[in-house]
Ligand binder design. Structure first.
Ligand SMILES: Nc1nc2c(ncn2[C@@H]2O[C@H](COP(=O)(O)OP(=O)(O)OP(=O)(O)O)[C@@H](O)[C@H]2O)c(=O)[nH]1
Ligand SMILES: [Mg+2]
Length: 221
């Protein structure tokens, strides 16, 4: 474990300072919304490497995309879970595409809607040639749950390369942080398709963003 400049505990060694710097620069370029897809024919052909943000409803996917791209309202965020109901594609500097996925585990939406967006999301995750990595977001207050385990299984079976990102770390005290990071690392390590680390982030307090940007940059460098 390493201490970042802000004194936050991070499980990531800052050994790739160059990637972090280039990743930071990458996201100084403007990002723009390209397409929102609710059906398979609406999926855009991007010809850019893609990084998708997946996770439970309300885990903070849209907020993290905004934080990483330095754009306050690129992806729509909400107090109401289940807000992102389509796959949203954002072109960042014509170098990379970030994909904001609908969250899973939201019980209040209609069954037909849930089926539609879950089906499309799974098809996308399993069959997208340009998809470089899925960032699987886990709310650090909740930890990995059964729904997350189901999706990890799907990733492993479909050979989707993925990495775990803890969100909303600003809500935890130091002891809680250490526990959740250790538990999450241990669980991620059991999965062959998972990147062997965990990103520790807060969109609100701008924690762990350069590490995440550096990781994303390393995937397209
Ligand atoms: N404290 C704190 N709250 C956060 C953070 N990131 C997101 N939130 C809050 O969590 C709620 C959900 O955030 P979203 O970014 O909309 O979550 P989402 O995963 O995109 O949600 P869906 O689109 O419904 O799947 C909002 O009220 C955010 O303000 C964070 O880093 N810290
Ligand atoms: Mg969202």
């Amino acid at each position: 474990m390493a201490e970042t400049g802000e004194g936050e505990i991070s499980s990531i060694e800052p050994d790739d300072a160059l990637n972090m710097e280039l990743g930071r620069k990458l996201f100084l370029r403007p990002c723009q919304f390209v397409a929102g897809a609710m059906t398979e024919p609406q999926l855009p052909q991007m010809n850019l490497p893609e990084i998708a943000f997946a996770g439970r409803s309300n885990v903070g996917k849209s907020s993290l995309i905004n934080a990483v791209t330095n754009q306050k309202s690129l992806a729509r965020t909400s107090q109401t879970p289940g807000r992102t109901r389509q796959l949203n594609f954002f072109d960042c500097g014509e170098r990379i595409c970030l994909v904001d996925l609908p969250g899973y585990g939201y019980a209040k939406a209609s069954k037909t809607d849930i089926k539609a967006w879950t089906g499309l999301t799974l098809d996308f995750l399993k069959g997208r040639a340009t998809l470089k990595r899925v960032m699987l977001l886990i709310d650090s207050r909740r930890g990995i749950g059964d729904k997350d385990r189901e999706i990890m299984k799907i990733f492993d079976q479909s050979a989707v390369s993925w990495a775990v990102v803890l969100t909303k770390i600003d809500k935890l005290n130091a002891t809680e942080k250490e526990t959740i990071i250790a538990n999450t690392l241990a669980e991620a390590a059991k999965h062959v398709a998972a990147w062997p680390g965990v990103f520790v982030t807060s969109a609100d307090k701008a924690i762990g963003l350069d590490e995440l940007r550096g990781h994303i940059f390393s995937l397209i460098a």
